[in-house]
Design a protein around this ligand. Structure first.
Ligand code: PRP
Ligand code: URA
Length: 211
């Protein structure tokens, strides 16, 4: 079974409160999502494997450590996932970025895929799927299926979000037990329109100033 972790670092929690506030404007929302994403990337990358490397410091020889695992691909679910990419690239600048375009039908809440563009070696990479919101879990599940179709193994996938609903976490865990889930908050419930309560509203609209 993959991990499920609420990243309760005080800086992450403080910044999450800033963007939850309805008076947080587009500019601050974007900046703070970026900052939270960097902090989350630090926690999400905690289990990356290391190997020994012989080096010479100005004082002499030593056995040091360097990363040894798979290279990383960041896969944002459009639109809102885009807001998390630059923050993660701050820590993992060599990561490749694949995009999955998906929107949720407002009535049925079913996701619809409209665009997929992945690095050619996506099946070889450690994948961070990023989307600020995990609501019903439909978009996350469809994104994982799109990656599986391209040869990626769910064991190499981590789903990273800012706010999740218990309903979405349960659905995603049941459908994809091997995928690790990292969230900054596990909220109370989904309302009848499929929005997370208390949540932060529509992440894409708040990030891009639409609506
Ligand atoms: C939002 C959000 C997730 C999805 C979550 O995107 O960014 O992708 O809803 O809901 P789910 O877990 O019920 O699938 P939306 O469809 O509003 O598209 P947008 O990012 O383009 O605004
Ligand atoms: N998508 C959002 O942007 N917000 C929610 O609360 C649920 C889905």
């Amino acid at each position: 079974m993959g991990k499920f972790q609420v990243l309760d670092h005080p800086l992450i929690q403080h910044k999450l409160t800033i963007i939850r506030n309805k008076d947080c404007g587009t500019r601050s929302f974007r900046e703070v999502v970026n900052e939270i994403s960097t902090l989350m990337a630090y926690e999400v990358s905690r289990d990356m494997p290391l190997k020994d490397k012989e080096i010479e410091t100005p004082m002499g020889k030593m056995t040091a450590k360097e990363l040894s695992g798979k290279k990383v691909a960041i896969v944002p679910i459009l639109r809102a996932g885009i807001g998390m990419v630059d923050g993660i690239l701050e820590l993992i600048p060599a990561a490749k970025v694949g995009h999955i375009g998906m929107y949720r039908d407002e009535t049925t809440l079913q996701p619809h895929e409209y665009f997929v563009k992945m690095p050619s070696d996506i099946d070889q990479r450690q994948i961070f799927i990023v989307d600020p919101m995990l609501a019903t879990g439909g978009s996350a599940m469809m994104a994982i299926e799109a990656l599986e179709k391209r040869g990626a193994d769910p064991k190499n996938m981590k789903f990273v979000c800012l706010v999740s609903a218990p309903e979405g976490v349960k659905a995603l865990r049941e459908a994809q037990p091997d995928v690790d889930i990292y969230t900054a908050a596990l909220d109370d419930h989904l309302n009848e329109d499929g929005y997370i309560v208390p949540g932060l509203g529509d992440a894409g609209d708040r990030l891009f100033g639409t609506k």
